[in-house]
Design a protein around this ligand. Structure first.
Ligand SMILES: *Cc1c(COP(=O)(O)O)cnc(C)c1O
Length: 396
């Protein structure tokens, strides 16, 4: 471990972590749009392929831009190593596919990103990998669900779209006790608000598409954590090809330089919007991790620096009221993304989760009137004014 006093702070490593400069001594890292790299001679080529030294060979393996992005996220998460992917889902898939064998079992929180759920229920079974889901609000269940073939415990916190908080320390202790790998999708929190490795996570996954880019421009994903596990993931990925493109890596690496200031402002705006919503007559309830009314407020305070930018709330009047509310919005966007500078509002019951039978939808906390807001960086008064005028349009 490095001496604490000499270790740069989060914001500093986000800005100062970079690859060696080229012969031109550029200040800002250039984009290395090259598919391959040249060798000095046959001996250089042989030792490079034998991995006797660390160097770039081919951009499916490594590239200076993806390496810079990976190094930054490793610094931020306190991780030993990482690998960057084209999307968050390729990070999730490659991580699970690299580490699981036929016959293995995954214990996963039920409240996870939709495509991750589909991966576990529709595709992993093709390779004889099974998953049992636990209720994110009931970690007492875990002991009874673990099997002799369980290898990975998988979760997200805060969850989507319910904004529940899972106690990461409890998950870390549980994983250790049963010798399971703990994999946390840390997308909603970002490493600025929460570092799951501190609580015992072996691997941390991000969709960099969300707050890491934060400006709605590029897709990307990353997995960081234990070096031996990352080595497995690297070997799988180097041979299957989900690599992040150098241009997108460059965008993401630049974005990380402003992650702390952006996320601070996102959280400040979100708390103000959540406090506003809590006072509205047309709103049944509001869930935001840093509101004292949140059922897991104490855990959120313990493991997060601030509450994040996602708010869940329920409008009175069910699906119709939810749709009427969305239709009345003028500033906020209706869009599938989140973690953008622009505030985005979604109504899961009529969109992302409309195909789920009502019973299953309710079981994961998606009520008819549930609205999810990804609070952006506009002035908070303009966001509140827009939500306010749209709430007035709901017939109660
Ligand atoms: C968006 C998202 C993903 C998937 O990321 P993509 O970059 O869209 O592939 C995974 N997990 C969470 C929590 C997400 O929000």
């Amino acid at each position: 471990m490095k001496d604490q006093a000499s270790k740069p702070h989060f914001e500093t490593s986000a800005i100062r972590t970079q690859q060696d400069r080229s012969q031109f001594l550029e200040h800002s890292t250039p984009i290395y749009l090259t598919s391959s790299f040249v060798f000095e001679d046959a001996e250089d080529m042989r030792t490079s392929f034998a991995e006797e030294k660390e160097r770039n060979i081919y951009s499916r393996f490594t590239n200076p831009n993806t390496s810079e992005f990976v190094d930054k996220v490793c610094e931020m998460e306190g991780a030993e190593a990482g690998y960057a992917f084209a999307t968050g889902m390729s990070a999730v898939f490659s991580t699970l596919a690299a580490l699981l064998n036929s016959g293995d079992h995954v214990l996963s929180a039920r409240s996870i990103f939709g495509s991750t759920f589909t991966l576990m229920t529709k595709f992993l079974p093709k390779w004889n990998i099974s998953t049992t889901f636990f209720n994110s609000n009931d970690l007492d269940q875990l002991e009874s669900l673990v099997q002799s073939n369980t290898k990975i415990i998988y979760a997200e916190s805060p969850t989507n779209p319910g904004v529940d908080i899972l106690d990461l320390q409890r998950l870390g202790d549980f994983a250790k006790k049963h010798e399971l790998l703990l994999v946390i999708d840390n997308c909603f929190a970002t490493p600025y608000l929460q570092q799951p490795i501190q609580f015992g996570a072996d691997l941390v996954i991000h969709s960099a598409t969300k707050l890491m880019d934060g400006q709605g421009r590029v897709l990307g994903g990353i997995t960081v954590g234990n070096a031996a596990l990352i080595r497995e993931i690297y070997l799988f990925s180097r041979n299957t090809g989900p690599a992040l493109a150098p241009f997108n890596a460059w965008v993401l690496s630049k974005s990380l330089e402003t992650l702390a200031v952006r996320v601070d402002k996102h959280c400040e705006n979100a708390l103000k919007v959540a406090q506003f919503l809590e006072k509205q007559l047309a709103v049944d309830w509001v869930k935001y991790p840093f509101l004292p009314s949140h059922p897991h407020y104490e855990i959120a305070k313990k493991q997060m620096k601030a509450g994040g930018n996602i708010i869940a709330f329920q409008v009175k009047g069910g699906v119709k009221a939810g749709e009427a509310f969305l239709n009345a919005l003028q500033l906020c966007s209706l869009s599938a993304n989140l973690g953008d500078t622009k505030t985005i509002v979604t109504h899961p019951a009529s969109t992302t989760h409309s195909k789920l039978p009502e019973k299953d939808r309710l079981a994961v906390g998606i009520s008819d009137g549930l609205v999810r807001v990804s609070v952006g960086l506009e002035h908070y008064k303009d966001i509140i004014n827009d939500l306010n005028q749209a709430l007035q349009k709901i017939e109660m």
